[in-house]
Design a protein around this ligand. Structure first.
Ligand SMILES: C[S@@+](CC[C@H](N)C(=O)[O-])C[C@H]1O[C@@H](n2cnc3c(N)ncnc32)[C@H](O)[C@@H]1O
Length: 375
């Protein structure tokens, strides 16, 4: 294919919107129109894509840049000194699902947490009008860049540099809140700033919660299909990615206490979901040893407690662990409960957040089996 055969931005956008409709991620005409109207490439002049463990960098002007900007992947746009991504343009299929789940109506005002590149704020502005969109990012440089790009695209929503965990009380009450950074718990200010009947769509643990706000400013609901983890809200410690990355070598060689255990079902989505909710600060990752065996690791950055699980047979494994917390002894009962409950997927769980900030995770119904989540 010669350069002149390359699809135009309009064609790429059409192709992306068609695919999102086909896959059921876009379910309504107004969101299809928004994805067709907003040029994603305008918001991502430089980005990096992670594919099969390798990072590929694209910059405006590169022949492959435009098509890459329309891939259905997360485009990483900012990194810290350790190489951990700190901002991105979220995967369009996930964004579309979250936007549809918000269930907005004309006249609604949306608070977005995590302005990032500004692309999502542009989609919201197209759908609702810029006067109905407030977006917050913790990084003032990102906010300045997003503001400039939004203006170029023809939208001027309200952009705020600040900690999104505090919301933005000046424009409350909001009808909808969409968080595009992960939170360990739903912050109380969000509940206070949403009107009764409002909706919160936010990544908590490794799932996307869809919560309806009640008259007393509690919120309750379930989780969207599919598991997804956004980059954690800063300055909260970024549990999984960062810690796992920086611990690769040490954790494989640390020595501590050892015992035999039955092989855990750590990798299946149900236990992963439960662990992300009930043990939010614990990094949970797999490493390959010299022989290519998968070694499962748990790490608590607060107490430096760790656990390493090495498969030794069809149903057996060796547990090595150290530090003040026995992380496996804490994790194992979760797995047993999950197995005894019939191995439910995360769609069978629900979450209630009370006005005082307490979180209750429940199975099937609010008065069913439940867990008060640690603060
Ligand atoms: C996945 S990106 C957001 C993508 C964005 N919605 C877009 O369309 O490009 C997550 C963003 O959350 C921001 N963030 C992290 N912690 C935050 C916090 N405490 N308050 C507000 N934003 C935060 C990051 O700076 C990052 O830009």
């Amino acid at each position: 294919m010669t350069i002149t055969d390359a699809p135009s931005a309009d064609e790429l956008r059409q192709h992306m919107a068609d695919r999102l409709v086909r896959e059921g991620c876009i379910r309504s005409e107004p969101w299809r129109a928004a994805f067709l109207a907003v040029p994603r490439e305008l918001f991502v002049p430089d980005f990096t894509v992670r594919a099969q463990g390798t990072l590929h960098r694209y910059s405006q002007g590169d022949p492959a840049w435009l098509a890459a900007a329309y891939q259905d992947v997360s485009l990483l746009t900012q990194f810290d000194q350790d190489g951990t991504a700190t901002s991105s343009s979220t995967q369009p299929s996930l964004m579309a699902q979250m936007l549809e789940a918000l269930d907005v109506h004309d006249g609604d005002t949306v608070l977005e947490i995590g302005a990032g590149t500004g692309y999502n704020a542009a989609l919201l502005s197209h759908r609702l009008g810029p006067d109905h969109v407030v977006t917050v990012d913790v990084d003032p440089e990102l906010v300045a860049a997003a503001k400039a790009r939004l203006r170029l695209a023809g939208y001027e929503p309200t952009l705020i540099a600040g900690d999104g965990m505090a919301g933005h009380p000046e424009r409350a009450p909001y009808d909808r809140l969409l968080a595009t950074c992960g939170v360990p718990r739903i912050p109380k200010p969000w509940l206070e700033q949403l009107r009764p009947g409002g909706v919160i769509v936010a990544n908590i643990g490794c799932a996307i919660a869809h919560l309806d706000v009640a008259a007393d400013h509690s919120a309750a609901g379930r989780f969207l299909p599919g598991l997804a983890t956004f980059m954690n809200a800063r300055p909260t410690p970024d549990a999984v990615g960062t810690t796992a990355g920086s611990l690769v070598q040490p954790l494989l060689t640390w020595s501590g206490q050892t015992r035999e255990i039955t092989i855990p079902a750590l990798d299946t989505p149900g236990p992963q979901f439960l662990a992300s909710m009930l043990h939010p600060g614990i990094s949970d990752f797999a490493l390959a040893d010299d022989e290519g065996r998968q070694i499962r690791c748990l790490f608590d950055p607060v107490t430096s407690s760790w656990a390493r699980i090495t498969t030794t047979g069809v149903t057996s494994a060796r547990l090595d662990h150290g530090g003040p917390r026995d992380l496996w002894a804490e994790r194992e009962p979760l797995l047993t409960q999950w197995r005894d409950a019939g191995r439910p997927g995360h769609e069978r769980y629900g979450l209630t957040v009370f006005p005082d900030g307490a979180h209750l995770l429940w199975l099937d119904e609010p008065d069913g089996m439940s867990w008060r989540l640690p603060d």
